[in-house]
Design a protein around this ligand. Structure first.
Ligand SMILES: *Cc1c(COP(=O)(O)O)cnc(C)c1O
Length: 477
C-alpha cells in the first residue's frame, strides 16, 4: 500500500474501531449476552467488526451495536419463518400446506418430550409395529381392511407400484399421466418403481375396452390417478373406479388408485368441489388407495395407503417401506388429525385448513374492513381497497378457482405503467423483508392480498406491517 495522504484517513478510523471485548462491554450487548450467551454475542461482534473494517466509511459505536443486535435477531429466529399466506392458495406446497389443529400440535410436543410405545406392544412387552398406532383409525374412516403410512403420497405411490407391479406393466390412461410440480411425473414414478408404463386411451377420452385390450400376461396392475392439478373439459370420457375395478378383477389384477388429496368428508356440502373420498374408492372396489396427509386431510406431511389386507401386507414387506417410514412426531400428529374426523361434530371447523377452505366471503370481507380500518394514512400515491376475488384450494386439489373471497388490493397511483410495475415489485420486496413476511400476488397491475387465510389474531399485526412496508417502500416517483 502506498503511503500517501489519501490512504491515511481510512487507516485512522479503522484503527479507532473498538476491540471485540470493549464493544461487548456496551450495556446493550451485555444484556444480549446475558440472554443469549457470551459465545454467540462474541462471534457476532467479531463478524460485525471485521465487516466494518472491510467497509469504506467510518462506523461509530452506536451503529456497531445496532448491527450486532440485528445479526443476533436474524441468527436466533428460525430459518423456516412464519409468513402471511395471502396468495389465495390455501394448501400452498411452498408455504408448508396444511396447518395443524391444536390437539395435533400438542400430540407432537407430547411424544417429543417422552419416550413412547412406538414399536412396543404394551400388552405382551414384545416388539410392536408403528403402523398399529393409526391403522385401526384409518380402517374405520375409510372402510378399508388394512392401512399403512409413509413419508408422503409420492412415496406411497412409488412403494405401492414397486411392491405390486415391479417387473410388470402398469396400465394407466393417457389422460392421467400427470406432472405435479417438483418432479412428480407419473411416467418417472413408474420407472423408479420398476414398472413398465402402458398408456391407454387418449388425452381426453379413455374407454373400458382400452383397458381390456391392453391387459396381457405381463400386466401387473391397473392404475387410476386423480388428475389433480388440471381439468380436461368438453368431450371427455374416463372410466370410473367401479368399472375399472371390475375390469382389473376379471383379469385377476389389482386396481391401485392414487387419489392425491384424499378428503375424508364430503366437502361439496360446504360449496367446495366434489372429490372422490378414499372410502368411496375402497367401496367401488379399488384394492389399494393412496392419498396425502397434508392436503385436504389437513394433517402433517404423510402418504396414506389403505386397501385389501393381502396387498397392504405385501407393501409393508417391501424393503423400501423401512426407508420411507414415518417418525413419531408425524404419527402422533396424524393420529390426532384423524381423531377429529372420528369424534368431532364439525371437523370442518376444528381442522384449521378445512375452516379456511370453508370460510364464507362475508366473514372474510368483515376481516378486510378491520384490516383497512387499522391502516395508518398511506403515503401519497398509494391506495388500498377491498375487492372480491377467488381463492383456490391448491396443492393438486381441484385446479380451478372456485372459492369466493375478498382481497385487500394495494395500488400505485401513476399514469405510467413502468412506474406502477416497479413500485409494485418494490412493495412486494418490502413485504418479504418484514418480520412476518407478507406473501401476496401481483394481478391486474396491483398487489392482491387474499384475506381468506388471515386469522383474527393476526389482523392487527397485518395492518401494522402493511403500513410499515408502504412507508419503507416510499411514494412512487
Ligand atoms: C399431490 C399428489 C401427489 C403427491 O403427493 P405428496 O403428498 O405431495 O407427495 C401424488 N399424486 C397426486 C394425484 C397428487 O395430487
Amino acid at each position: 500500500m502506498t503511503d500517501n495522504a489519501f490512504s491515511k484517513a481510512p487507516e485512522d478510523w479503522r484503527r479507532a474501531l473498538p476491540a471485540v471485548d470493549r464493544l461487548l462491554d456496551h450495556p446493550a450487548l451485555q444484556a444480549l449476552a446475558d440472554q443469549h450467551g457470551k459465545r454467540l454475542c462474541t462471534r457476532l461482534a467479531r463478524d460485525t467488526l471485521s465487516e466494518a473494517r472491510k467497509g469504506t466509511a467510518p462506523v461509530d459505536e452506536h451503529t456497531l451495536v445496532e448491527r450486532v443486535e440485528r445479526k443476533l435477531a436474524a441468527f436466533t429466529s428460525p430459518n423456516a419463518r412464519a409468513v402471511f399466506n395471502l396468495t389465495g392458495t390455501v394448501i400452498h406446497t411452498n408455504l408448508g400446506r396444511a396447518l395443524l389443529s391444536e390437539p395435533a400440535i400438542d400430540a407432537m410436543a407430547h411424544v417429543a418430550r417422552h419416550p413412547v410405545a412406538l414399536e412396543y406392544d404394551l400388552a405382551t412387552g414384545g416388539r410392536g409395529d408403528r403402523d398399529d398406532l393409526i391403522e385401526a383409525l384409518l380402517c374405520e374412516l375409510t372402510g378399508a381392511e388394512a392401512a399403512t403410512v409413509v413419508n408422503n403420497n409420492a412415496a406411497a405411490v412409488v412403494l405401492t407400484l414397486g411392491a405390486l407391479g415391479a417387473g410388470h406393466e402398469a396400465i394407466v390412461s393417457r389422460g392421467e399421466l400427470i406432472e405435479i410440480g417438483g418432479a412428480f411425473r407419473m411416467p418417472d414414478i413408474m420407472a423408479a418403481a420398476g414398472c413398465r408404463l402402458r398408456e391407454v386411451g387418449t388425452t381426453n377420452r379413455t374407454h373400458p375396452k382400452d383397458y381390456r385390450e391392453a391387459i396381457n400376461e405381463n400386466t401387473g396392475l391397473l392404475v387410476k390417478v386423480h388428475a389433480s392439478n388440471y381439468a380436461v373439459e368438453g368431450f371427455t370420457k374416463a372410466v370410473d373406479e367401479a368399472e375399472l375395478a371390475r375390469i382389473a378383477h376379471d383379469a385377476g389384477l389389482p386396481l391401485v388408485v392414487d387419489l392425491g388429496s384424499g378428503a375424508l368428508i364430503d366437502l361439496s356440502r360446504f360449496g367446495l368441489p366434489y372429490e372422490t373420498r378414499p372410502g368411496e374408492a375402497v367401496k367401488a372396489g379399488a384394492d389399494v388407495v393412496t392419498f396425502s396427509g397434508d392436503k385436504l386431510l389437513g394433517g402433517p406431511q404423510a402418504g396414506i395407503i389403505v386397501g385389501k389386507r393381502a396387498y397392504i401386507e405385501r407393501i409393508k414387506r417391501h424393503p423400501l417401506k423401512r426407508a420411507l417410514r414415518l417418525d413419531k412426531l408425524v404419527l402422533a400428529a396424524l393420529e390426532a388429525t384423524l381423531k377429529h374426523y372420528r369424534d368431532d361434530d364439525r371437523p370442518d371447523q376444528t381442522l384449521p385448513t378445512l375452516r379456511l377452505l370453508t370460510r364464507e366471503a362475508n366473514d372474510i370481507r368483515a376481516a378486510g374492513e378491520r384490516v383497512l380500518a387499522g391502516l395508518d394514512p398511506l403515503p401519497a400515491g398509494r391506495t388500498a381497497r377491498l375487492e372480491p376475488c377467488m381463492s383456490q384450494l391448491g396443492s393438486g386439489s381441484l385446479p380451478v378457482d372456485r372459492l369466493p373471497s375478498v382481497a385487500l388490493v394495494l395500488d400505485v397511483d401513476s399514469p405510467k405503467r413502468e412506474v406502477r410495475e416497479r413500485a409494485l415489485r418494490e412493495l412486494e420486496r418490502a413485504f418479504r423483508a418484514l418480520p412476518r413476511p407478507i406473501i401476496g400476488r401481483i394481478k391486474e397491475g396491483a398487489l392482491w392480498l387474499d384475506l381468506r387465510c388471515l386469522t383474527q389474531d393476526d389482523e392487527a399485526l397485518l395492518s401494522a406491517q402493511i403500513t410499515r412496508a408502504l412507508h419503507a417502500a416510499g411514494s412512487p416517483p
